[in-house]
Design a protein around this ligand. Sequence first.
Ligand code: ADP
Length: 192
Amino acid sequence: MLNIVLFGPPGAGKGTQSSKLVEKFNLVHLSTGDIFRFNIKNETELGRLAKSYIDAGNLVPDEVTINMLEKEVTQYSDAKGFIFDGFPRTVPQAEALDMFLKSKNTSIQLMLALVVEEEELIKRLLLRGKDSGRADDTDESIIRNRIQVYNEQTAVAAKFYEAQGKYHAINGVGSVDEIFERLSSIIVEKQQ
Ligand code: ADP
């Protein structure tokens, strides 16, 4: 299996690049943000639980997120691998994912981290908010809170993979195709 964590702050381009990568490498895309939004739209219990956290730009509690993610992975029993987009976002989530994949006799091979500076992120998110219908993308103070949450709680999760020699930082500024090329070449290298 080829399991990749696509990492980076809100607005770094994880969703855009994930869609292209899953096609090229025949992987399953698991975006925790997309799964939460699907549940909110369909008014499930999980959606109701997650909504207040997401609207405020805070993280959904680890236990809820980890359970959801494990259930999703289990559904794709014949997947060739996964792109995890938006997960793990905390150190406990990284530890849980590690243990969970180990129980399935597999592991994360790569963490690809998109690097984009803060003012560029805010510009991108406000632009996306104009037509995405995402409430968390329209209010600048909520966007700034999400970036702060990323800096305080999420960025440290990269150290977990750095310690295992799996971390690669990628310049997330450029055209979509240029960034895709940067990511793809690291994955191809890893496969050889
Ligand atoms: P972005 O990366 O643009 O912030 P996402 O679509 O990945 O957006 O996530 C939207 C929101 O969903 C986050 O701000 C957070 O509230 C919640 N969320 C997504 N993934 C996680 C996670 N792994 N742990 C906790 N909360 C999460």
